[in-house]
Design a protein around this ligand. Structure first.
Ligand code: FE
Length: 332
């Protein structure tokens, strides 16, 4: 009798263990381990769902998903920039998710109109300026950086970076190609020096006096500010009287061949929730995508701003046009 009881007990345990193992997820992530591991650990602690993951650059991850096809072990893709999310959806590696939770938590302009991906954090690409040589009253819009007063004073990052391709794509969406091309040409004419490979080097050039203004993602400013508190640079929120600041997202979608689709949807919903949003955004000094969640104090200190609410998927659909336009305008 005693023997029978213990057999029953252990088979019950075995059953539990199997049920548990079924809730396992595989994530491919273009965000690095330092940013995503704390999230995964928090989720595992709360739900018991184990999360396996690999990290790589967005391009190789997309190629891998395409090559693996139906055999992919990945349930979810996490990547940065709406242009990359849009491309992943276009290449057919993501499947739509019809979730009331996601629709309630993520504003409509920060997600795919076909629900194949959802923005989970917001990254603002805005103007940065020298507080020594520029008064904020001199600034107004992205377009105005092409005005004569900025001749030889503007620094830009390379047009090869998807962030600038997305920025220009959204300008095309808002004001058409002809006007956007004129603006980009006026920026190029105002450049103080060659374009930079990254946002941090651009800000260092402003600090070094090579130029006075530039355009950067706010979290790079946040990182530099952390290293050099009180640095003579500040962020400016342009276009507050019209469309607002250009924003982009980092986000995620469920793969088309997910083997743990239900569990992956649950995890994606959790990522959009109030308790996970700070974990997703704060470590990289980004803004939560869920408007009910406040940003980290050091991010909130940069002030509130109106963001452009055009759907970020246009960063993808107009990317090719943006790249060709920047090429025509001589923006290297
Ligand atoms: Fe970045």
């Amino acid at each position: 009798m005693r023997y029978l009881k213990s057999v029953l007990l252990s088979s019950a345990l075995l059953f539990t263990a199997t049920a548990f193992a079924a809730d396992e997820l595989v994530v491919y992530s273009a965000r690095n381990e330092q940013l995503i591991k704390p999230l995964f650990d928090a989720y595992t602690k709360e739900t018991g769902t184990e999360i396996k993951f690999i990290t790589d650059k967005e391009g190789p991850l997309l190629e891998r998903l395409k090559a693996e096809g139906a055999n992919t072990p990945a349930d979810m893709l996490i990547t940065v920039d709406a242009g990359n999310l849009w491309l992943a959806a276009k290449e057919g590696v993501l499947a739509g998710v019809n979730s009331k939770v996601l629709k309630a938590n993520i504003p409509v302009h920060l997600r795919d109109p076909d629900n194949r991906w959802f923005g989970l954090s917001v990254r603002a690409r805005t103007i940065v300026y020298s507080t020594v040589r520029v008064k904020p009253a001199d600034l107004s819009t992205y377009e105005a950086l092409g005005d004569a007063q900025w001749k030889g004073r503007l620094c830009l990052r390379t047009s090869k970076k998807v962030y600038n391709q997305s920025l220009v794509a959204m300008m095309i969406a808002r004001q058409g190609e002809a006007k956007t091309e004129k603006i980009v040409k006026s920026w190029v004419a105002n450049l103080a020096t060659d374009v930079f490979p990254d946002d941090t080097q651009l800000m260092e050039a402003i600090l070094a006096g090579q130029c006075d203004v530039g355009i950067v993602n706010t979290y790079y400013f946040g990182r530099l500010e952390k290293k050099q508190p009180g640095l003579p640079l500040a962020l400016y929120w342009p276009n507050q009287k019209d469309r607002g600041v250009h924003v982009n997202v980092s986000g995620a979608g469920i793969t088309a061949h997910a083997q743990h689709r239900a569990a992956a949807v649950k995890f994606l919903e959790w990522l959009s929730s109030e308790k996970a949003q700070n974990l997703f955004a704060d470590e990289n000094l980004e803004y939560p995508a869920n408007p009910k969640v406040k940003p980290h104090a050091s991010v909130a200190a940069w002030g509130q701003f109106k963001q452009d609410t055009i759907n970020v998927s246009q960063a993808g659909s107009l990317q090719v046009k943006a790249v060709m336009l920047m090429d025509r305008a001589g923006y290297k």
